[in-house]
Design a protein around this ligand. Structure first.
Ligand code: RNT
Ligand code: ZN
Length: 411
């Protein structure tokens, strides 16, 4: 008997069908963020990273051009099993000639990305970029009291909806367009309401664009604080959730965007009760929103468990969002995305009726079962999935080779 067959027999004793688990995992799409490859730099401006987010480290090999980033994405995708989507930021526009400004970007500035996606038969998700730009004034964009600033960013948001529709139309896959603004104050504000009113009005204007809601899903991402923006964040959890629900758009939770003892895994069920779809940015916050590479850790597994056990794989848009420049960037990508997939497989391999033990108040058995399952032969099932997908289990040699042959020469 193969290791897979043996492992399958062990899971069968728990009433779990491993073949089914593997089959379900194959259908799950992970939206892979493009910005791990170049430390969130992008191609459309020369500005330093702003918005209260930070990439640390200077490992060699950062992608400097669209061609380099595309090559790195190809390498990355070749080492990740399953279905992928590419998650782009507006700052990754490929502009030949005069820069029109973010308020005037058009589908044509993303033609090369569409071609890239079509050739690989993948969809594209999108994000307006409200940071790293001279029009961010006093750390404010859509909530700015300066009407010219606010208008500029409203136009950017509208332009991005049109580009998202173009992505959906061209690739044949719906496009998730996520709005996140960094707006906030370092110190105690005198007026907390004004900026939030302006943010609300700006969002209303952006969403007044007529777009096909079956092709473009607009999501809104909340946050608790950013570096240099510690005292007040305009797009707080309460703001974003209330806005999303009231306007029928999709709420997005980034698990680095809450107080350190709050867990997104515990929030998913509540949001699922009141929304058709929800969206996630999966990351790993270490003491703050540090955007470390996702690992196969407790909270990632718990997030996956909530999606799977609530039968919501088709209702949750799963995207990755982290940026580590202290290690090989392709390894960071592959390790993080695989960790999400591992967590999903782990969840798919749990008996679906554990809830009965909870309802029967048999917490003794529940604890024992949950602990037992942690050491069940999960690795053999993961291995089977990888070989079915023609992806090697170990990827370090492959990455080191690419690093030596391609990445170090970029110095
Ligand atoms: C920032 C948010 C946001 C960004 C990306 C680059 O804290 O998480 O999603 O990370 O848009
Ligand atoms: Zn995020």
């Amino acid at each position: 008997m193969s290791r897979y067959e043996e492992a399958k027999a062990i899971y069968a004793k728990y009433g779990v069908n491993a073949d089914d688990a593997v089959r379900k995992l194959k259908d799950v799409t992970i939206s892979v963020h493009c910005w791990q490859g170049d430390d969130v730099t992008g191609f459309d401006s020369r500005e330093a990273l702003s918005g209260g987010i930070q990439t640390t480290g200077n490992y060699p090999g950062k992608a400097r051009t669209p061609e380099e980033l595309m090559a790195d994405i190809d390498k990355t995708f070749s080492l990740i099993p399953g279905k992928k989507k590419l998650n782009l930021h507006a700052s990754y526009a490929i502009i030949d000639g005069d820069n029109p400004g973010r308020d005037r970007i058009e589908p044509k500035h993303f033609e090369k990305w569409v071609q890239f996606a079509k050739e690989r038969n993948i969809g594209i998700d999108f994000n307006p970029t409200f940071f790293s730009h001279p029009m961010v004034k006093d750390n404010l964009t859509l909530s700015s009291p300066d009407e010219s600033v606010r208008k500029y960013w409203i136009e950017h948001g509208k332009a991005c909806i049109r580009i998202s529709e173009y992505f959906a139309r061209e690739t044949g896959y719906p496009c998730v367009m996520n709005i996140w603004i960094p707006d906030g104050y370092k110190d105690i504000p005198a007026d907390r309401l004004g900026p939030r009113k302006r943010f609300r009005d700006s969002l209303d204007e952006i969403l007044s664009v007529d777009y096909d809601k079956s092709k473009v899903y607009v999501t809104l991402e909340s946050k608790v604080f950013g570096i240099g923006l510690e005292s007040y964040t305009v797009g707080s959890a309460e703001f974003c959730l209330s806005y999303s629900i009231s306007k029928g758009i999709t709420p997005l939770m980034d698990n680095g965007h809450y107080h350190p003892t709050e867990l997104v895994s515990d929030k998913i069920s509540s949001l699922l009760l009141f929304n058709d779809k929800i969206a996630l940015h999966v990351t790993r916050p270490v003491r703050w929103d540090s955007d470390h590479v996702i690992l196969f850790d407790d909270e990632t597994r718990e997030i996956a468990k909530e999606i799977v056990r609530n039968d919501a794989l088709d209702r949750v848009f799963i995207a990755t969002d982290y940026f580590d420049a202290s290690i090989n960037r392709i390894s960071a990508w592959v390790t993080g995305v695989r960790s999400v997939q591992k967590a999903l497989l782990f969840a798919l391999l749990q008996p679906s009726d554990l809830g009965k033990l909870q309802d029967g108040a048999d917490f003794t058995s529940l604890m024992v079962m949950q602990e037992e399952l942690k050491t069940a032969p999960f690795g053999d099932i993961w291995q089977e999935y990888l070989s079915e997908q023609n992806v090697p289990e170990s990827y370090i040699d492959e990455i080191k080779k690419y690093e030596n042959e391609v990445m170090v020469k970029r110095a």
